[in-house]
Design a binder for this molecule. Structure first.
Ligand SMILES: O=C(O)CCC(=O)C(=O)O
Length: 212
C-alpha cells in the first residue's frame, strides 16, 4: 500500500480531523483511510448487533443467462425513495435501525457529509467476496463520495485503474476502519474484495451513499 500524507486534499475531508486521515496514493482517485475510526469495543458491538439484526438477503445474479448466487449476504437501508438497482437486482430500502442511525451519524460527523442510504454486506468468511465493479450508477452523481465502514475480519480491498488493469492498489481494511472514496475514484478506478480462503471469521462492510 502507498501512503503519502502530503497528498491529502483538504476540503474533501474535514480539516479538524485531517490528522486522523491518511491519503492513499492512486493516480486520479481520491481515497482517504481512518484506520482507528471506531474503538475496537464499539466496532465489535456494532458487528454483533448487525449480524443479528440485519434482515440478510441472499440473491442471485444472471450472467450470460445463467443464475449464480451472490457470494455474500446483503441488505439495503435508506430514506424513502432510495431504491437501488445493480447487476439487475433492485433493492427496496429497509428503514434505518437504531444501530445504523448511530453509525451513520458517526460517519457523517467524521466526513462532514450527509448520507441517505447504505449497502450492508456480510462476508461470512474468506470464501465470500465481491468482484470488480465501480459504484458509478448515475443516481449517485458524477463524483460520488462513498464512505465505507469495515467491521470484523481484516480483508484486502483492491483497486485497479480502468485504463490499465495492471495498475493496482491494495488496502487492508481493519476492524473499525473508515475508507472514503471521492472525486474521480468511481469514474477512473474499479474495486473488488477478493476471496481469501484462509479467513475464517465474518466481516461486515457498510458503504454509505447519497442520492443526487
Ligand atoms: O466490502 C467492501 O469493502 C467493498 C464493498 C463494495 O465494493 C461495495 O459495496 O460496492
Amino acid at each position: 500500500m502507498h501512503r503519502h500524507a502530503n497528498q491529502l486534499r483538504l476540503g474533501e475531508v474535514p480539516k479538524s480531523r485531517s490528522g486522523r486521515w491518511e491519503a492513499i496514493a492512486a493516480p486520479g482517485a481520491s481515497l482517504f483511510l481512518w484506520r482507528e475510526f471506531l474503538p475496537p469495543s464499539r466496532a465489535t458491538s456494532s458487528l454483533k448487533n448487525l449480524q443479528q439484526q440485519v434482515l440478510w438477503q441472499r440473491d442471485t445474479v444472471k450472467v450470460y443467462g445463467k443464475e449464480h448466487p451472490v457470494p455474500r449476504l446483503h441488505q439495503w437501508y435508506g430514506d424513502p425513495g432510495t431504491a437501488y438497482t445493480w447487476s439487475g437486482i433492485t433493492m427496496q430500502p429497509q428503514p434505518w435501525s437504531d444501530e445504523l442511525v448511530k453509525l451513520r451519524r458517526a460517519v457523517e460527523r467524521a466526513t462532514r457529509r450527509a448520507f441517505d442510504s447504505v449497502l450492508v454486506n456480510l462476508y461470512r468468511n474468506g470464501h465470500d467476496c465481491m468482484g470488480w465493479h465501480a459504484d458509478n450508477e448515475p443516481v449517485f452523481g458524477k463524483r460520488p463520495v462513498i464512505a465505507s465502514l469495515s467491521l470484523g475480519a481484516e480483508r484486502d480491498f483492491v483497486l485497479r485503474a480502468r485504463a490499465d488493469h495492471s495498475q493496482k492498489v491494495v488496502i487492508s481494511l481493519p476492524h473499525g476502519s473508515l475508507l472514503v472514496m471521492a472525486g474521480e475514484t468511481q469514474a477512473r478506478w474499479q474495486h473488488a474484495l477478493p476471496r481469501r480462503k484462509k479467513v475464517t471469521s465474518p466481516r461486515i462492510n457498510l458503504t454509505f451513499r447519497k442520492f443526487m
